[in-house]
Design a protein around this ligand. Structure first.
Ligand code: PCA
Length: 216
């Protein structure tokens, strides 16, 4: 019997950085088995025009049951599983192809938004219980990460993906060292976190119903 696959996507560096923590961590899990699943890690270009084609190719190649897309959220202090992807592109900085879309849809005619189908409250609780700072985020921004998250949710049903979503991660210490006051998370902690995230997404059938959310 062939093993089911968890596809872990991450991004190449962008915005003048020379590394992206999402790929630094994800690449180390390529080919690893977690909770009876095989992890396939793929790096996506940080471009509006190329990221969704690359994602679709990765999905077609690996035929995953679960897809967890990762990206860098520089300035966030903790790991943030995302709740919602919106059908909106609005770039503050050029992407890696120099594109700067302003107020365009990710997919013309698509629904305004998609929710994650990952058990993000269970993921957040599991991370916290293991001493790793985490909180749910209610915006993945309007740059390439949101673009990929929206596109992923849009294609999930077509490819028989049971659970999919997006998780933002902080800077690595070597990135934060160049920006006064910037928070960061060590790569070893990130790797522990990714193992917990993957295992929880595989094993948790229904999300927890615990109080959370934001008041502002
Ligand atoms: N973070 C960016 C795009 C690529 C990445 O890692 C974002 O949050 O949109």
């Amino acid at each position: 019997m062939t093993m089911s696959t968890v596809l872990l996507t991450a991004f190449e560096p962008f915005g003048g950085e020379s590394i992206n923590p999402s790929w630094q961590a994800a690449t180390r899990l390529d080919g690893v088995d977690i909770a009876g699943y095989r992890v396939a890690a793929r790096c996506l270009p940080c471009t509006f025009s190329g990221s969704l084609n690359a994602l679709e190719t990765a999905i077609a190649d690996t035929r995953p049951t679960v897809v967890i897309a990762l990206g860098q959220a520089g300035g966030r202090p903790d790991i943030t599983p995302e709740r919602v992807a919106i059908n909106w592109n609005d770039a503050r900085i050029p992407d890696n192809a120099g594109e700067l879309p302003c107020d365009t849809p990710v997919i013309s005619g698509g629904p305004n938004a998609y929710f994650t189908t990952l058990p993000i409250k269970a993921v957040t609780a599991a991370l916290q219980q293991n001493g790793i700072p985490a909180s749910i985020s209610y915006t993945a921004g309007t740059f390439v990460c949101n673009h990929v998250f929206y596109g992923l949710q849009h294609m999930a049903a077509r490819y028989g993906i049971a659970k999919s979503g997006f998780v933002h991660i902080p800077y690595l210490p070597e990135q934060a060292a160049r920006i006064k006051g910037a928070p960061s998370m060590a790569e070893t902690t990130l790797l522990t976190a990714l193992n917990i995230i993957i295992e929880t997404c595989i094993t948790q059938e229904h999300d927890l119903r615990t109080a959370g959310g934001e008041t502002h």
